[in-house]
Design a protein around this ligand. Structure first.
Ligand SMILES: CC(C)(COP(=O)(O)OP(=O)(O)OC[C@H]1O[C@@H](n2cnc3c(N)ncnc32)[C@H](O[C@H]2O[C@H](COP(=O)(O)OP(=O)(O)OP(=O)(O)O)[C@@H](O)[C@H]2O)[C@@H]1O)[C@@H](O)C(=O)NCCC(=O)NCCS
Ligand SMILES: Nc1ncnc2[nH]cnc12
Length: 318
């Protein structure tokens, strides 16, 4: 068995591999989804202790929508594992699965848009991961992101560039018309540059510095917020809100991010300010879930959720 496969605990016996690989991939992104939701504080976002800048959803709204979309991740991974031929031909298969689950998401939340963006990005990555992992573990994040960019080449032109004079329907289409921003489609078609350049480096840096799990997750989010072209922020507050969020996040990173007392104080202040201004960086929250999921696919180990204290004789303190 391949060392990397053994390292991430997959059973590579031929008749079990596709099933276990699909569950492994889906669980990686579900782990990222659940850990994002469980993180507190998160400026302007829903947490176990705050609804952030939202009046129409709370943690349980996200719990039911996460439960509704979890099977989609597994099915997209299975579609990738079963796909033979050019990767571009896999995209419509993934889009078909995702569209069905977007309806299930909205049915589970009574029409509230909690995680449409996450469904899109995590579904596509699950499919691409399946494409690669049919034969072997992922080499690195670049392999996953480069293949994603290849599979979705032309997506923005097809779905945004050909809007013509017809009325834009979704937030992303309206914002493309108004500001020329590409939103989640642009992030995906470019191969997740924000996760590559900000998310994964921040997560790895926090892990190397032995940060606790909550600190690691929040530090990664702030790093993502400093650079994400988040159409969720744009939708609510325009370019001034997007500039405000990115500049505030950069200042927090200059103070040490979530790994310093000064940074944590600035995060608390930003949370209050986002709520006061009705700003919610939902796109960055999605990218936090994606970052954790990709790290898990690569066998990354996260700090224990509870820092276990051991007694002098080595037994865990109860
Ligand atoms: C492909 C679609 C998902 C595109 O949808 P849309 O045309 O709306 O495009 P965008 O606005 O660009 O993106 C939609 C959501 O993606 C998140 N997002 C935005 N920018 C980025 C970015 N730069 N990087 C990553 N992700 C980004 C964001 O999603 C999160 O925020 C939403 C919750 O926030 P909230 O403010 O509450 O949103 P609203 O309720 O809309 O506003 P209020 O009324 O409350 O004020 C939530 O979606 C989070 O996930 C953007 O909102 C879609 O068209 C599509 O095709 N879907 C079908 C499914 C599919 O194809 N799946 C394939 C794979 S399975
Ligand atoms: N925790 C959260 N709060 C608000 N919007 C989100 N989109 C994804 N995660 C979110």
């Amino acid at each position: 068995m391949n060392h990397a496969v053994r390292h991430i605990g997959l059973d590579q016996t031929p008749d079990v591999w596709p099933e276990s690989a699909a569950w492994f991939i889906g669980s990686a992104f579900l782990t990222g989804t659940l850990l994002e939701l469980s993180t507190h504080p998160k400026p302007g976002l829903v947490t176990p202790r705050s609804n952030g800048a939202h009046r129409d959803m709370n943690l349980q709204t996200f719990m039911v929508s996460s439960a509704a979309i979890a099977p989609c991740l597994y099915q997209c991974a299975q579609a990738g594992l079963a796909h033979f031929g050019a990767e571009q031909a896999l995209l419509p298969v993934i889009r078909g699965i995702g569209s069905r689950y977007e309806r299930r998401l909205l049915a589970a939340t009574n029409g509230i848009n909690t995680q449409r963006g996450l469904l899109f990005s995590a579904g596509i990555l699950s499919g691409v991961a399946g494409l690669v992992m049919r034969d072997r573990p992922l080499a690195d994040a670049d392999e996953l992101f480069d293949l994603t960019a290849s599979m979705t080449q032309g997506l923005c032109q097809r779905e945004l560039g050909t809007l013509g004079d017809e009325d834009p329907k979704t937030a992303g289409e309206k914002l493309f018309r108004r500001y020329g921003v590409l939103g989640i489609r642009g992030e995906v078609e470019a191969g997740f540059p924000t996760v590559r350049a900000a998310g994964l480096p921040a997560l790895r840096s926090a892990r190397e510095r032995a940060a606790s799990l909550p600190t690691l997750l929040l530090h990664t989010l702030i790093s993502l917020m400093s650079t994400t072209e988040d159409t969720t922020v744009l939708w609510r507050g325009g370019l001034s809100a997007l500039d405000f969020v990115r500049e505030a996040a950069r200042r927090i990173l200059d103070l040490g991010g979530a790994m310093s007392d000064e940074g944590m104080a600035a995060i608390a202040a930003l949370d209050a300010e986002c709520i006061a201004r009705n700003i919610s960086p939902g796109g960055s929250a999605d990218l936090l879930a994606i970052t954790v999921g990709v790290d898990a696919l690569l066998g990354g180990h996260l700090p224990s959720p509870i820092a276990v204290v051991h007694t002098p004789d080595g037994a865990p303190a109860l």
